[in-house]
Ligand binder design. Structure first.
Ligand SMILES: [Cu+2]
Length: 294
């Protein structure tokens, strides 16, 4: 079931950005003097940074940001694990309609929104950065991580509005990736080998349903079976730590996940509910173990 395909992506900027000038003209006194205009190579424009701090149970974040490629820099200063799922209200949907739908559950909310991703779950005092594309519109940050009773943190007030405005300045350049990951119905296509250290993955939902990729690192001696058992019945300390990931994205969307993993055993998990059965995609096989080793 867990087929893993190799999707190594090579940065090609160096090959295309180089321009070779020949300077032999200045050695020949009789050569006509032709002024050479320097070839302008557009410097990459860094994404705007949206800084978010999570507490138990609130977000501290700007209320407005310019759209385009935005690096969402998320820090969890709470004691509980948290994430920041960004949701964009459809153009004809009001904030009041969205908030009225929230208590009715995911089936009522999904037709009103799209999801561009966001920083995945991290434990207390950890952080996660993702670079995602935000088109102008009315957004909310929400945290859907369940408390010990299974209630999403959203129900404790972990929701904040965000206005994304049209970017009147130079728009940011799409980031470069070291590796590519595909989210499919219902599996992950991960890089064949994953080394420790700083790296950026391009995450694409090559699928019919929205997906996410939560990353957990197994505790010493624990297995994927232990993780599955704990997810069924979350009693006591989890057999893993939450080390980030990419929140739910719509089919066809891509985003960038900035990682700095240490060596060890990990599992990629999708908690998005299936459109037909309502079951978590994890229960349909969207849980994949992988190893980080040098
Ligand atoms: Cu999924």
């Amino acid at each position: 079931m867990f087929t893993r395909t190799f999707q190594q992506h090579l940065a090609m900027a160096a090959a295309t950005a180089l321009t070779v000038f020949t300077l032999n003209a200045c050695l020949a006194p009789t050569a006509p003097s032709v002024p050479v205009a320097p070839t302008a190579v557009a410097a990459p424009v860094a994404p705007v940074v949206l800084g978010i701090v999570a507490k138990d149970y609130s977000f501290e974040a700007p209320k407005e940001i310019a759209g385009g490629w935005v690096t969402v820099a998320f820090k969890n200063e709470g004691k509980q694990p948290h994430h920041a799922q960004l949701v964009r209200l459809n153009d004809d949907v009001t904030a009041a309609q969205f908030q009225a739908a929230l208590p009715k559950g995911i089936e009522a909310v999904m037709p009103l929104i799209t999801m561009p991703g966001g920083p995945g779950v991290v434990d207390s005092n950890n952080s996660q950065e993702t670079t995602i594309y935000l088109k102008p519109g009315h957004y909310f940050l929400i945290c859907l991580v369940p408390d010990e009773k299974g209630m999403p943190h959203l129900a404790h007030g972990m929701i904040a509005p965000l206005e994304v405005t049209a970017n009147s300045h130079q728009t940011a350049t799409e980031p470069q990736a070291d590796a590519e990951v595909k989210l499919v119905d219902f599996s992950f296509a991960l890089p064949a080998t994953i080394k420790p250290g700083a790296q950026t993955w391009k995450i694409t939902a090559a699928s019919k349903q929205p997906h996410e990729m939560a990353l957990v690192k197994l505790a010493e001696g624990k297995t994927m079976m232990d993780v599955m058992a704990w997810m069924q019945q979350p009693v006591g300390a989890p057999p893993f730590s939450n080390v980030g990931g990419m929140q739910a994205m719509m089919p066809g969307d891509s985003g960038y996940l900035h990682l700095n993993l240490t060596a060890g055993d990990y599992i990629a998990i999708c908690h998005v509910p299936d459109a037909a059965s309502g079951k978590e995609h994890a229960a349909l096989g969207m849980m994949m173990p992988f190893k980080v080793q040098s």
